[in-house]
Design a binder for this molecule. Structure first.
Ligand SMILES: [Zn+2]
Length: 256
């Protein structure tokens, strides 16, 4: 660790909203109180410190050093706003339009599923920008979900959904939203297969479907799946072209 890195870390610790001694109350989980720090061996089996995001994710302390507190929290809130049925489209909402009930379920489950963010491989140069898995609790029984942030930069390209998109996408995995078995190799899917994947679909609809300019690039099946059949006709204006010979990337539109 260099001196510069230590100074850098200290800066971000100070910038983190709750101070490092702002411990969570004992009932933080049942009362859904975040913006506080928790030290617990429950996840890994040895005591570790986590920042509890105001909307329920837990962020292991070392992620502070990699992503800078406030920007990561803001990216997570951007993702959460898209899920929240109380946030209208002019404020960055999405599920308030397409499926309020499903969005409410998601934000409730972010608290109850115990989703932690880790950064062991942050800054790695691999192909994977993030990955989510189910893990047995180190203590106390049950299981938790781990979102490992890895080579985030590789998925944070101009015109893409950015870090909020990565958080949104990985959180949907943590919430067990249905993904195709070949989800991790979209380059091998045809477009008509790709649009059946509900994790990519929700990401495309919520990041590009809100704006008429980019909505035409998002497939209508991605919208009707998210809207559970679209009983309220919210999917007008989405793209209705299908192809089983064009590659996923042709209409994948990770960027508009
Ligand atoms: Zn995925």
């Amino acid at each position: 660790v260099t001196r510069a890195a230590l100074l850098f870390s200290a800066f971000f610790l100070l910038a983190w909203p709750a101070s490092a001694d702002d411990d969570c109350p004992n009932d933080w989980y049942s009362s859904k109180k975040g913006d506080c720090w928790l030290t617990t061996p429950a996840f890994s089996g040895k005591p570790e410190k986590y920042y509890v995001h105001q909307h329920g994710w837990l962020i292991r302390e070392d992620c502070v050093f990699h992503y800078g507190g406030n920007s990561l929290l803001d990216f997570m809130t951007t993702a959460w706003n898209k899920m929240n049925p109380a946030i209208g489209p002019s404020k960055g909402g999405c599920m308030s339009v397409f499926n309020p009930g499903k969005g409410q379920g998601w934000i409730d489950d972010i608290w109850t599923r115990r989703i932690i963010l880790t950064c062991d491989q942050a800054g790695s140069s691999g192909d994977t920008c993030a990955a989510t898995r189910k893990v047995r609790m180190g203590q106390g029984g049950g299981e938790y979900r781990e979102i490992a942030l890895m080579n985030v930069g590789s998925c944070d390209q101009p015109g893409g959904t950015g870090v909020p998109g990565i958080i949104f996408h990985e959180t949907l995995h943590a919430l067990d939203v249905t993904a195709r078995s070949d989800h991790n190799s979209p380059e091998n899917m045809s477009q008509v297969q790709f649009v059946q994947d509900q994790v990519y679909g929700a990401e495309m609809v919520c990041f590009y479907g809100m704006d008429a300019k980019t909505r035409k690039d998002v497939n209508i099946v991605q919208c009707t799946d998210l809207a559970d059949g679209d009983p309220n006709n919210k999917c007008n204006g989405f793209n209705a072209e299908f192809s089983d010979y064009l590659r996923a990337g042709i209409y994948k539109h990770e960027g508009p």
